[in-house]
Ligand binder design. Structure first.
Ligand SMILES: [Zn+2]
Length: 136
């Protein structure tokens, strides 16, 4: 049985983020009132509640703060890809995000430098992270 992988739920607010990701570009919202980077995408800045947010290119670099090896997937389509690793990446720009990691389990370290790596999953590009400088 071939079950398709679930795609992210895209809303008008998150649409630009996913459009950039499909072009293998990583953009974050920035608040024009307080200057801070914002993730996940929102209508208002979580730091100052300003509503003047604009999309700017981001580095795609960060540090790994925690992770989990998944053996039992939350969706049947991901089950055949287990075990896989997901983790929280603290981006250079400040915000953190949850993402799949393409890092061998034995290499995982707290605060290890990581970088974005775009993976096509069922013809939809998703932002994964790998060890900084790795060629996978
Ligand atoms: Zn703000």
């Amino acid at each position: 049985m071939n079950i398709s992988l679930p795609q992210p739920t895209i809303t008008p607010i998150t649409q630009p983020f996913w459009d950039y990701i499909q072009k293998k570009q990583f953009y974050l919202q920035y608040c024009l009132d307080c200057g801070q980077a914002v993730f996940y995408p929102r209508a208002h800045c979580p730091h100052c509640f300003g509503s003047r947010l604009e999309w700017r290119p981001a580095s795609g670099n960060g540090k790994l703060t925690t992770w989990s090896v998944v053996y039992r997937a939350g969706h049947p389509a991901w089950q055949e890809r287990t075990p896989y690793v997901v983790g929280i990446v603290e981006l250079e720009e400040g915000p953190s995000l949850l993402a799949h990691l393409i890092i061998d389990e034995v290499e995982l370290r707290y605060q290890m430098p990581v970088e974005i790596n775009y993976q096509e999953v069922d013809a939809f590009v998703l932002p994964f992270f790998r060890k900084k400088g790795a060629h996978v």
